[in-house]
Design a protein around this ligand. Structure first.
Ligand code: NAP
Length: 292
């Protein structure tokens, strides 16, 4: 079976490469065609539209920026739905809101295809290493069929249920926690600096106790060195916190900490830091005194 991949950004490019290196015949499409070249050099075939991708591939994956991109690629002119043959599978791994996921499921199903949402936890390096955590929901037969492919992309996968939107909700909850953690961490670093504490010692103390985690360990030294090259672009975390707040609003939950984190990321976005790593929210909590 030939496998398709749409969306060759920070995450999509290494994921498509892992499918290729896993021995799959892979076709790729990206809005900006130049991103296909490195994959073509590794043996992928580039196609001209998402419809061409889904027409020629038994299962097509997508890893796109946001809900608007996910809907445009699947349901727009020349989109995935146009090319679907009966029974073909579409696995959208983008982080979107549950309503978008439900719309995608309805459009794909109406087009005769099968739909799975499969957002991921893990950033550029886990994507490169095939060690993403995949949370999936939707068509169970597609999940089972795609399992060997998902195992080329991730080291852990969970099927949450057949209802589209379950995995989208789970992913937004995960990133609500992560966004809050990063904001608190950034404020801690800023307060340590502002009060003359040795920040390397702070990192060591945090890493030695109950709040130790790979994110603080990996990002901390880079934040202190003003290194904000994007693994997870800040604009995407701002999007995820916005979507998490919208999800909470549907339940009546206020999320005061999540709202504060959202506001910090939204301010950093307005300040022009959207393409930096999400850890660049640090620049904002320090009143932008770090790099300016
Ligand atoms: P990225 O590097 O910004 O890539 C975004 C991709 O979406 C690119 O291929 C881009 O195409 C495409 N795109 C954007 N708008 C589009 C549109 N209107 N129509 C068609 N294609 C469009 O993002 P990423 O970091 O790979 O993240 C992709 C998704 O994974 C996001 O939903 C993000 O929240 C999620 N995610 C990211 C990480 C991470 O650490 N980076 C981790 C977990 C989940 P162009 O090349 O033409 O711009």
């Amino acid at each position: 079976m030939t496998v398709g991949f749409a969306g060759l950004g920070i995450m999509g490019a290494p994921m498509a490469l892992n499918l290729l290196r896993g021995g799959q015949a892979v076709r790729v499409w990206n809005r900006t065609p130049a991103a296909c070249a490195p994959l073509v050099a590794e043996g992928a075939v580039a196609v001209a539209s998402p419809a061409e991708l889904s027409a020629g591939c038994g299962i097509t994956f997508a890893m796109l920026a946001d809900p608007a991109a996910a809907l445009a690629v699947a349901c727009g002119p020349g989109g995935i739905v146009e090319g679907l043959a009966p029974g073909h599978g579409y696995v959208d791994m983008s982080t979107v809101d549950p309503q978008t996921s439900t719309s995608l499921a309805a459009a794909v199903t109406a087009g005769g295809g099968r739909f799975l949402e499969a957002p991921v936890s893990g950033s550029r390096q886990p994507a490169e290493q095939g060690r993403l955590v995949i949370m999936a929901a939707g068509d169970r037969s597609l999940y089972d069929e795609a399992a060997p492919l998902l195992d080329l992309l991730g080291s852990r996968r969970l099927f949450l249920g057949e209802e589209a939107g379950l995995a989208a909700r789970m992913k937004l909850v995960v990133n609500l926690v992560m966004g809050g953690m990063m904001t608190a961490f950034a404020e801690g670093l800023a307060l340590a600096r502002a009060t003359g504490l040795p920040t390397a010692d702070l990192l060591e103390i945090l890493d030695s106790g109950a709040v130790a985690n790979p994110m603080f360990r990996g990002k901390g030294p880079r934040m202190l060195a003003d290194d904000f090259g994007a693994a997870f672009p800040l604009k995407h975390m701002a999007k995820d916190l916005r979507l998490a707040r919208e999800l909470a609003a549907q339940t009546g939950l206020a999320l005061p900490t999540g709202t504060a984190a959202h506001d910090a990321f939204a301010a950093a976005l307005v300040a022009g830091d959207g393409d930096l790593d999400f850890s660049a929210v640090y620049r904002n909590v320090t009143g932008r005194a770090v790099a300016d």
